[in-house]
Design a protein around this ligand. Structure first.
Ligand SMILES: *Cc1c(COP(=O)(O)O)cnc(C)c1O
Length: 376
């Protein structure tokens, strides 16, 4: 069994993907070929925003937004303690201060009350300028953007949606990557919408920010590539990856999001009385980057993971360490117990095989092992 089955997906999409790859190879436009612009138009339309600017990966997408916003020294940026390293790394990379906020145990996403406490504390201390919030759609579930947008407005902060795992999710009629002042995603192969290498994108309705990102993405270009008006980076999506994503976006939109939600229901039905299963709040849709259960203890998790491994069922721990415990961030101020939920989650979460091509029979196979573990 695969944790995320990209081989089955390729077999299913092979004729179309092979044709696209041949199309790009034939034209020879490997950088910024027509497929890149076409994809950007389709992505913006799918998400429901004015601008989509693709780039080299999801980390660069975050950096490009912070660059366009002019985030830098002495600025504080708030983000969840329970996320992938990138979300905080980009803040430090711009010379700003990441402030880690605990998450809600129910959704794995940033805790709104604790976020407001953290914002007030930074204001009161007066050492750094509170500038922005980066919210993460962890494991595919959009964060609480109604509350986040209100809080950002109240304190005059910019709001960035890190939708690397959330692409395809929804709140009501609004799609993930349409929230806040700008949003980003990643096309890393294992993300909900993945390509066959690295890739990423920025989404925004802000014309000025979109213009700046077009410039920052290609060495701070002005009128043309050899007119450089600011210091930027080199971060473009390959034409080949754009072509592959054109085919994959169609499948994603037409049936994959629905299929992966069916898989979640199969898991829920079998596991809800045994372990703490992931909850999707009313009105939300998850794109299920991960299906993550919670165990009672680190020890229980280790033994269950061992039992799964014995019968060749892969499982993963996202994440083993809170951001504030990462060595790279040990220089930042942190009060003991501030992120106690994250600390506990890092010891108790376990992600099970999850993708749109998982059959009910395979889900049953995983759940049989889990049932067996709790019986013995
Ligand atoms: C994967 C991921 C990123 C970074 O994306 P890359 O394409 O790997 O650079 C950023 N944030 C979150 C939450 C992620 O899961």
């Amino acid at each position: 069994m695969e944790f995320r089955d990209l081989k089955t997906q390729y077999q299913k999409l092979k004729p179309k993907i092979d044709k696209k790859i041949a199309e790009v190879l034939t034209t020879g436009n490997f950088i910024m070929g027509t497929q890149v612009k076409e994809l950007e138009v389709s992505l913006a339309e799918y998400v429901g925003v004015k601008h989509c600017i693709t780039c080299g990966n999801g980390t660069d997408a975050l950096s490009l937004v912070l660059m366009a916003w002019g985030i830098g020294e002495n600025d504080a940026v708030f983000l969840p303690d329970f996320t992938f390293f990138s979300t905080g790394e980009v803040v430090s990379f711009e010379g700003a201060i990441p402030v880690f906020v605990d998450v809600s145990e129910a959704t794995f996403n940033i805790d709104i009350e604790k976020l407001e406490i953290a914002i007030k504390k930074v204001i009161k201390d007066g050492k750094y300028n509170p500038k922005a919030i980066i919210a993460v759609d962890l494991f595919g579930l959009p964060a609480d953007y109604m509350a986040l947008e209100a809080l950002a407005k109240k304190y005059g902060l910019l709001l960035l949606e890190d939708g690397a795992q959330g692409f395809g999710g929804m709140i009501g009629e609004r799609r993930a990557c349409s929230f806040g002042d700008a949003a980003t995603t990643s096309f890393f192969p294992a993300k909900p919408l993945g390509c066959y290498g690295d890739g990423g994108a920025v989404f925004t309705n802000d014309d000025e920010v979109a213009d700046l990102i077009h410039s920052y993405r290609v060495h701070g270009k002005g009128e043309h590539k050899y007119d450089n008006i600011r210091i930027g980076i080199n971060s473009r999506l390959d034409t080949l990856q754009a072509g592959i994503l054109q085919v994959k976006l169609e499948a994603f939109r037409d049936y994959e999001v629905e299929a992966v939600n069916q898989v979640a229901l199969w898991y829920d039905k079998r596991l809800k009385d045994l372990v703490k299963t992931p909850k999707v709040p009313m009105g939300y849709l998850s794109s299920w980057a991960q299906y993550t259960i919670q165990l009672e203890s680190e020890d229980e998790r280790e033994r269950l993971q061992e039992a799964l491994k014995k019968v060749d069922i892969p499982s993963m721990i996202y994440y083993v360490k809170p951001m504030h415990e990462q060595e790279a961030f040990l220089n930042l101020p942190h009060e003991t117990g501030e992120c106690s939920v994250t600390e506990r989650l890092c010891k108790t979460v376990l992600s099970l095989p999850m993708h749109p091509y998982l059959s009910e029979k395979e889900v049953e196979e995983v759940c049989r092992v889990i049932r067996g573990y709790f019986r013995d």
